[in-house]
Design a protein around this ligand. Sequence first.
Ligand code: PGA
Length: 258
Amino acid sequence: MRRPFIAGNWKMHMTTSEASGLASELVAACREIDGVDIAVAPPFTALAAVGKAFAGSSIGLGAQNMHWEDKGAFTGEIAAAMLTDVGCRYVILGHSERRQFFGETDEGVNRKVLAAFKHKLIPIVCVGESEEERDRGVTFVIVDRQVTGALKNVAASQMANVVVAYEPIWAIGTGRTATPAQAQEVHQTIRAKLAGLFGNEAAAGVRILYGGSVMPENAAEFVSLEGVDGALVGGASLKVDAFTGIVTETARVKATAR
Ligand code: PGA
């Protein structure tokens, strides 16, 4: 009942022309793939160009961040309406790099989630522990706090339009991944938390992605796990073959699971 979902996060890579080229290649490469929702989040400056390349395809456009206010004197920020204006359907919120390097808090992420709903954007809410937190044994405490904080004042009826991404920080861009058992237990914890907050039915409809060094070679390991509905992909999303490989693997695994 939950459609598998693979989202690419290009982070601070790609000029407009590079982005257009990669986007067109992705459209061609993913044309035949069935049964998986696909989205890509390029940098702000490339959104319009990538949106143009995705037009008429099934690949959704996403942004990597936004501000919670509708407009105003917020130098350097981007509003939700600016994202929908260029065709965005998704917005990544609370990525660990935003939290680590730009001081994002659970409260700020929550304001952004509520602003995303107001503008009919689907938030991809990122949560995950640092290596130090995992070593201290507080992974579940951290993830619980992030989920609860990000989704404050969200209605159960809105939860079908929330995507959560579990990304252990120590696995992002490092080539290290969580073990399937580690990923699965956090995914289960997140869904149980969502059930506690919004009820079983709403929780069962939320797509929870794994993220952190996902590649074509290891994608099946994660997406075959019960409760893992896809992946949020950084580095590998910058290469057409690698990203397409992850989407293909996901389609294959999920089709067999049905
Ligand atoms: P990675 O990044 O795939 O390069 O580890 C994942 C992410 O930051 O979403």
